[in-house]
Design a protein around this ligand. Structure first.
Ligand code: MN
Length: 745
């Protein structure tokens, strides 16, 4: 028989498979709605029609096979329906809504959940990444049934891996060994775990696998005879003792032998306990009773007795294990457990749906912190309710305070729940965070405060010319480490800015206390404060306030206290009034500031800001006396202004103006962006402005033909410095060719 013929002969008939499945459901899961399950099959068959598996069989055979595994696992009706439909969102035109309409939200959500897991790409193969990947999958699943169906799906795919290319066999097997087998183990599903491991090993180390199976086959006759005689012996004795027990024996699974061979550097003849016996009884006292009998019959191997009944494994596994030496000198392991423990061991948490909770046989010790705390909590709260509801309420919350996302390279990054692109960037490297100019999640541009979800692929755009983190990031970052790194940056990179900002903050704070900066800068007052707070100079102190190393309130309080304790307190207060007087006099010379503008020689005159160049504090300005509308304020570099100045009739209408000190108001100004006309541009601009907390009044954009666009932003700023900063950020948006203020050439 040639290979082609062999494959043709193996073509599967989905209808026959489904009929067999229905028969199995009738036998093992009474009370299920068979019509609904058949409808799911019909939907899947229709949706996948024309699609083939690698073996040439209709694709839907895979769906039926996966559903069959969920029946073996003992899952509920929704799980079986979902398993039949598990690939329709990924591989056909059907949507979540299509499924929801016919089978309800629960099924649609499960299928969508399985789809999400299917789409996760495992590009990273580093060990430390695997644990994060496993956690991410668990956290993504939300409903435990999603994971269980994914395991069923993977199990069937591994069973039929022979038809895949060698590359795919290897990569899928590695993924199964590293991700899915450990998850099955964590969920206590021994049976699925073993099969996944053995199937993976077949492709990961074909020679090693072959070596073990060949030697096992050679020994099979002996092993079987040995097992039969031991079983008979034990059964007879237990019957005589009046203990009702069922005995199973088996050869250990290949991968467990393989691991032992490698760990102990032995060949298979050196592995003595190839066989395992299981004695299953009704009650816990019977377990210990049987243990006593076994130890009476055979010589126990010291150090091999383990009591997982009194101390269950984290995955809820319970049994007592012992290794004894048989009459022929061959050691073998005996596991003793109740039926309930047996189901739990075979099917893990899936067993709890099928096998209702008993009289506390699986009760776990209090305070035993482990990975299954969440399952236990649910089990405890659900003992009274119908087992049917069990899975509906079983949500995975074990990683509720963490979120797992991918870097573009496929590394899994673990962040606190609620984390943003800022946290992500700083978790990669401070340089990435400090040079961030944009972020994409799953290919779409997002704002910096976008909350990351499990499985998101996060991409950070950086630029050499990035202006560095904004202070608002401190409020947006969720992780302490990101905040620390942002503060460090401010401390290091922005000393000048920090000094100015710190000075302003302290001044504000002092104002609340009825004091001025002059009081703070007084050498007598400040020297002891600097010493106590360990700052060398007052600039250092301002810088520290600026980057948040010390609060302005704290310093202001110190200054106030210092002034109070001064013996010449009166003098200090006098200084306050002197300073006030000085300012008053200054103001008189030029008149009171109007809108933050001092006009030379004129007081209280009408002032308005020109629309052509929209000056803001810090700009070099000049005043133009208009007819009847007071003084119009222009930037000295305003093009309009230059024209006015050239006209002879305007001679003598110019007047010197300056910005008042301590301006706290915001000023409206306009900038124009020239760029390529590309989709998402306005979104990018809005994102940048939003991330800078800019007060935007309007943002318009229009294409000017030839693939170019012009955007106009009207916004409020406090200073020309702030405006320059914003313009710098806008200029780094891809496709932007220039950012100019209105009134410029
Ligand atoms: Mn599948």
């Amino acid at each position: 028989m040639d290979k082609q013929e062999e494959k043709t002969n193996q073509l599967l008939n989905p209808d026959e498979m489904f009929d067999a499945l229905i028969t199995k459901i009738k036998e093992t899961c009474p009370g299920m709605d068979l019509g609904r399950i058949r409808a799911a099959y019909d939907m899947a068959r229709l949706a996948h029609s024309g699609q083939l598996r690698k073996d040439g069989s209709p694709y839907v055979t895979h769906c039926v096979a996966a559903a069959d595994i969920t029946v073996d696992m003992g899952l509920d009706e929704d799980s079986i329906v979902s398993a039949l439909l598990h690939d329709v969102i990924e591989d056909t035109n059907l949507t979540h809504d299509d499924i929801a309409r016919q089978f309800g939200e629960a099924v649609a959500d499960i299928v969508e959940g399985v789809t999400k897991l299917t789409r996760v790409q495992y590009t990273s193969k580093e060990d430390e990444q695997m644990e994060n990947l496993r956690k991410m999958l668990m956290a993504m699943a939300k409903d435990i049934r999603v994971i269980l169906i994914k395991i069923a799906d993977r199990l069937h795919n591994m069973r039929t891996m022979a038809y895949q290319s060698a590359d795919k066999q290897r990569s899928k097997s590695l993924e199964t060994m590293e991700i899915y087998a450990p998850i099955a183990h964590r969920l206590g599903m021994q049976r699925a775990k073993w099969e996944l491991e053995d199937l993976s090993l077949q492709y990961l180390d074909p020679a090693g696998y072959k070596e073990i199976t060949t030697s096992l086959e050679a020994k099979m006759g002996d092993l079987e005879r040995f097992m039969a005689s031991m079983k008979e012996k034990i059964q007879t004795r237990l019957d005589a003792e009046g203990v009702k027990a069922t005995i199973y024996c088996r050869i250990k699974h290949v991968y467990s032998i393989y691991r032992k061979m490698y760990a102990q550097k032995l060949d298979i003849n050196g592995i003595f306990d190839l066989c395992a016996f299981r004695v299953i009884v009704d009650t816990i006292p019977d377990c210990y009773n049987v243990l006593g009998i076994i130890h009476d019959m055979f010589k126990p191997v010291p150090g091999r007795f383990k009591d997982y009944i009194s101390t269950p494994k984290p995955n809820m596994y319970q049994s007592v294990h012992t290794t004894v030496i048989g009459s022929e000198g061959i050691p073998f392991e005996v596991q003793i457990r109740t039926w309930e423990m047996h189901y739990t061991a075979e099917y893990g948490i899936a067993a709890h749906w099928k096998y209702k909770m008993g009289s506390g046989a699986t009760a776990v010790r209090e305070g035993d912190e482990d990975k299954f705390a969440w399952v236990r909590r649910l089990l405890e709260s659900q003992q009274e309710s119908d087992a049917q509801d069990f899975f509906h309420n079983l949500k995975i919350d074990m990683f509720a305070d963490e979120v797992f996302v991918f870097s573009p390279k496929g590394d899994v990054i673990n962040l606190p729940a609620g984390a943003t692109p800022i946290d992500f960037a700083y978790s990669i490297h401070s340089d990435v965070g400090n040079h961030m100019v944009g972020a994409r999640v799953n290919g779409r541009i997002v704002t910096y405060d976008h909350v990351l979800q499990n499985g998101d692929i996060v991409e950070i755009r950086t630029s050499k010319n990035a202006p560095g983190p904004s202070r608002d990031w401190l409020n947006v970052a969720k992780s302490g480490s990101a905040r620390t790194k942002i503060k460090q940056w401010y401390k290091k990179e922005r000393r000048e800015e920090n000094v100015i900002r710190g000075r302003e903050m302290l001044e504000d704070e002092l104002k609340h206390n009825g004091l001025t900066l002059d009081d703070a800068q007084d050498e007598e007052t400040i020297a002891p404060i600097l010493k106590r707070l360990s700052f060398g100079t007052i600039e250092d102190l301002y810088a520290a306030i600026g980057y948040g190393g010390v609060t302005a309130t704290r310093v202001a309080n110190r200054i106030r206290d210092e002034l109070r304790t001064k013996p010449d307190r009166k003098t200090a207060l006098d200084k306050v009034s002197e300073a006030a007087e000085r300012r008053e006099n200054n103001a008189k010379k030029t008149g009171k500031p109007v809108h933050g503008i001092l006009v030379e020689g004129l007081s209280n005159c009408l002032v308005k800001f020109s629309r052509c160049c929209t000056p803001v504090p810090g700009d070099d300005i000049v005043g133009f006396i208009t007819r009847g509308q007071g003084v119009s304020i222009h930037r000295r570099d305003c093009t309009n202004c230059a024209q006015l100045m050239n006209q002879p009739e305007n001679q003598g209408r110019w007047v010197g103006v300056s910005w008042a000190e301590n301006i706290t108001d915001s000023y409206v100004t306009t900038v124009t962006i020239a760029s390529k006309d590309r989709s998402g541009l306005v979104m990018d601009i809005a994102t940048v402005l939003n991330s800078l907390n800019a007060k935007v009044r309007s943002l318009t954009s229009r294409d000017t033909g030839a693939g170019l666009a012009v955007s106009t932003i009207t916004l409020e700023v406090k200073s020309s410095g702030e405006l320059r900063y914003i313009m710098g950020r806008l200029a780094s948006i891809p496709g932007v060719s220039s950012v100019v203020r209105n009134g410029n050439k």
